[in-house]
Write a protein that binds this ligand. Structure first.
Ligand code: PLP
Length: 405
């Protein structure tokens, strides 16, 4: 069968593939623990349920405008004013099917073939694949000092005349670090000087710990949104735990929003008004639910750090936000795919290999789930790798003995 070379070369999404593997194992009755997926366990906020329920019972669910329902855009404008201290126009906002579609549409709308985008490692898995789908070239910048924070000089050194954008994802998936204000401020200034877009993937921007903040890029420029080169991506998946509603949005210069609107109009037409109603309900409803989720995740973070303290050989940089840690397990193996495979086979724990995020020898562990899963999951990981941990463990009702260390 002859298929597109470009499409055939796109890598499978490792998180979705692992999720499916975990589901199949669970169906077979295995006591599998999924620390792979980044999905909070909360129920959908009631304001979102009521708003989408009202829309559904109206029986009036038709095409929506390709750039989003005016009421949803209004909610995003208010969100931007409250959280970014920026007043933007409806023409600066576009609603998409999740932040994923926001990012894809941005790349599709700003890249010509062979244009480059700077991606900072560790990076979210989908950036590179999306850039390649849009015929661009991802240029990876990796911090050389073992931290997860790049040096500004390393970023600028990677910039060429073909660079169109730099992606900044802080708080960062998969490391949980927040980039320092000074770095973000320098990137804003540099992008403005060079007329390069700064794509801020802010999907975790309020999921930060111990009063640390990820200051928005807008706070480092006086330029109007239309003149600045900042593109902000956000959505309801992580902060409101509404992953299944598939709602994201972009705030950007209106010229770009116009092009992105045509892309949506010619591809997916619009975002389901039912899902938009739910997201609007979440944004206009009680915001204390975001804080409750953050507190719950912060508590999970405390549990993770406590459990990781006794994991000999694992090197950990504490997360400042998100719900991920990216421990360095190179003391045990430099092959993260093998590490994750081994953990699934022997310990029935799903993790994501660091290789997928540009950090070989590390694994990503999500602590978005229950405290029980986190505690038990990390105990199993320690049992599998750390010879100083007890060599007997229960996995489900089976007593397992470690016989490989
Ligand atoms: N950006 C980052 C950094 C993410 O971690 C994710 C989801 O895992 C997304 C974007 C996509 O979000 P959405 O579910 O809204 O498409």
């Amino acid at each position: 069968m002859k298929l597109s070379k470009l499409a055939s070369e796109i890598a499978e999404s490792p998180t979705f593939a692992l999720n499916e593997e975990a589901r199949l194992l669970r169906e077979r009755g295995e006591a599998v623990i999924n620390l792979g997926i980044g999905e909070p366990k909360n129920r959908t906020p009631i304001s979102a349920v009521l708003a989408s329920g009202a829309k559904l019972t109206s029986g009036d669910i038709k095409y929506a405008p390709p750039d989003g329902l005016p009421a949803m855009k209004k909610a995003v404008i208010r969100y931007t004013e409250e959280n970014y201290d920026r007043l933007v126009a409806p023409e600066n906002v576009i609603i998409t099917n999740g932040a994923k579609q926001s990012l894809f549409n941005i790349f599709y709308s700003i890249l010509n073939p062979q244009d480059e985008v700077i991606v900072i490692a560790p990076y979210w898995v989908s950036y590179s694949e999306m850039i390649k789908m849009c015929l661009g070239i991802p240029v990876v910048v990796t911090p050389e000092d073992g931290t997860f924070i790049p040096r500004f000089e390393d970023i600028t050194r990677a910039v060429t005349s073909s660079t169109r954008a730099i992606i900044v994802n802080s708080p960062n998936n998969p490391s949980g670090v927040i980039y320092p204000d000074a770095l973000v401020s320098k990137i804003v200034e540099f992008c403005e000087q060079k007329s390069i877009f700064m794509i801020c993937d802010d999907i975790y921007h309020k999921l930060t710990f111990d009063h640390q903040v990820a200051r928005p890029a807008y706070s480092f420029t006086r330029n109007d949104v239309d003149l600045s080169h900042i593109i902000v991506v956000n959505g309801v998946a992580k902060l409101y735990g509404m992953t299944g509603f598939r709602i994201g949005w972009v705030v950007a210069p209106r010229q770009l929003v116009k092009v992105m609107t045509n892309v949506i109009a010619q591809t997916t037409s619009c975002v389901s008004p039912l899902a938009q109603a739910a997201a609007e309900g979440a944004l206009n409803g009680l915001q204390s639910i975001v804080e409750s989720l953050r507190l719950q995740i912060q508590n999970n973070r405390d549990v993770v750090l406590q459990e990781m303290k006794t994991f000999n050989g694992a090197r950990l940089i504490e997360p400042q936000g998100t719900f991920y840690i990216l421990p360095d397990l190179r003391a045990y193996s430099t092959n993260s795919v093998e590490i994750s495979k081994f953990l699934l086979k022997k310990a029935m724990v799903v993790t994501v290999p660091g290789k997928e995020f540009g950090m070989e020898g590390h694994i990503r562990i999500s602590f978005a789930g229950s405290v029980k899963d986190i505690t038990e999951g990390i105990a199993r990981i320690k049992w599998a790798f750390d010879p100083t941990s007890p060599n007997e463990i229960y996995i489900g009702d089976k007593k397992m003995i470690r016989d490989w260390l």
